[in-house]
Write a protein that binds this ligand. Structure first.
Ligand SMILES: C[S@@+](CC[C@H](N)C(=O)[O-])C[C@H]1O[C@@H](n2cnc3c(N)ncnc32)[C@H](O)[C@@H]1O
Length: 327
């Protein structure tokens, strides 16, 4: 395979993140992901969040001819996008596309005969395409249905949460998953405004609860909270991290990009302590027992050129860890 086959405009090794970006999505921290995750150019890597295929393409370009990537996404549209831009890699068998939840990675991979991998990437949250497409209902900036499901086949939609949850449950969603200080008031207003027909109507209810200067932050938190609830995002993340400990082989790596503190806190604790409570477990000698060792103590963040070119990169935090307990 020629170098850069998957790169529309640039070299994989210069890692320019935009080189792998498309109108669908621009991957963040591409160079750091590739250099942090790949320890064996002939290994098997899992991109648990294929999205627009940007990281998948960068990984394929950096791997040897016999290196392979399995790209997973719960959104069928994302897998089609990834498959369309990487047809040659699919045809040659270097890339395999699997629809499903990364929480079930152990079973999904087991289903195709893979029990151990060299590295696993999770680039959490939604893609720009999902976010920008009004019909998906993720954004308060456009009018759309109260949907927000990453997997259009799954049951719970934003409408079920907004129009079906009792006031207390709604308040808990807003405070737990949005850390929203006005959760009580907003939950009460939503319940009083039912039926809330679409995203614009929901945004109007939220705006009515806050002063103008706080509208943007509050809308972001409220929509994020509902999205997390609809997609069970934090449960899926925890399950995927536990699964990674079963999947990634000795000296293999795990790379996770988080976009808010609820995600990053879980990733940080798990990588440091092997649990989500952040409880150190020590052996009789007092040595910390943990399956992972973080490569860098602090998360990797995007530099200014990247955040200027891609505002989405501003909140990105990349943590990379190596499997240590098997060696
Ligand atoms: C930020 S985007 C990934 C972008 C991708 N790295 C790229 O370079 O284009 C996140 C993707 O992960 C998918 N996703 C989120 N949670 C998931 C889960 N639990 N299982 C599988 N896919 C998930 C979303 O559908 C979305 O396509």
């Amino acid at each position: 395979m020629p170098a850069n086959e998957n790169s529309p405009t640039g070299s994989p090794r210069d890692g320019a993140d935009r080189a792998y970006g498309t109108g669908y999505h621009v991957p963040v921290l591409c160079k750091a992901v590739v250099s942090g995750l790949i320890t064996d150019r002939s290994g098997i890597y899992v991109d648990g969040t294929a999205g627009g295929g940007g990281h998948t393409a960068a990984l394929l370009d950096a791997l040897a001819r016999d290196g392979r990537v399995i790209a997973i996404d719960r959104d069928g549209e994302a897998l089609r996008e990834t498959g369309n831009r990487l047809t040659k890699a699919v045809e040659s068998g270097r890339l395999m596309l699997v629809r499903g939840d990364f929480a079930d990675a152990v079973d999904l991979l087991g289903g195709i005969g893979i029990r151990a991998v060299t590295g696993l990437l999770l680039d959490l949250g939604v893609s720009s395409h999902q976010f920008d497409e009004p019909a998906r209902g993720f954004s308060f900036r456009a009018s759309g249905p109260l949907d927000m499901r990453m997997d259009a086949r799954s049951g719970l939609s934003a409408g079920d949460v907004v129009n079906g949850y009792d006031e207390r449950s709604l308040r808990l969603v807003l405070s737990r998953f949005g850390e929203e200080p006005r959760a009580v008031r907003i939950a009460r207003s939503i319940v009083a405004s039912r039926p809330v027909p679409d995203t614009s109507a929901l945004a109007a209810v939220v705006r009515s609860c806050v002063p103008t200067q706080d509208e943007l932050k509050t809308l972001t938190r409220v929509f994020q909270a509902i999205r997390i609830e609809v997609n069970g995002e934090l449960e899926a993340l925890e399950q995927a991290l536990v699964g990674a400990t079963r999947l990634v082989s000795a000296s293999g790596r795990l790379a996770v990009i988080s976009y808010h503190s609820l995600e990053d806190r879980r990733v940080k604790r798990f990588l440091r302590y092997g649990n989500f409570e952040g409880t150190p477990v020590r052996d009789v000698m007092g040595t910390l027992q943990a399956p992972w060792r973080e490569i860098h103590r602090a998360p990797i963040e995007a530099g200014e050129p990247e955040t200027v070119a891609n505002p989405r990169a501003r909140s990105a935090r990349l943590r990379v860890a190596e499997r240590t307990d098997l060696s």
